[in-house]
Design a protein around this ligand. Sequence first.
Ligand SMILES: [Zn+2]
Length: 120
Amino acid sequence: MSFRIQIITPDAKSVANRWKAQYHDKEQWYSPERKQIYEQLLIAPNDAKAIAKIIGNDSWVGETCYGCGEKVLLFMEFSQYEVNSDSESTRLCFDCLERAADALRAVKILLPKSEEKGNG
Ligand SMILES: [Zn+2]
């Protein structure tokens, strides 16, 4: 098992480029609203909340936490093997990790010391 800390840096320009790739085709925008959003993204600050406000939702910045389903910018990525793009991994945000650790802690105090690692 391996894990790594991931920090997503909001980047309005890269969101704008992805937005254009999604909603612009054959020299045309799918709608005037989508063109307007693109133009706002080009001059937006690199801030997740500002980007979400322009688009109308937070789905374009960050990654989804597997625990709470929220879009997060800071999370821990876990993998059974080495964490990389080829291996299946799980992402958990700070709050979910903390809740999980609290739950484990609550159970751990009930166990005799020798049983914590399961090897007697
Ligand atoms: Zn979470």
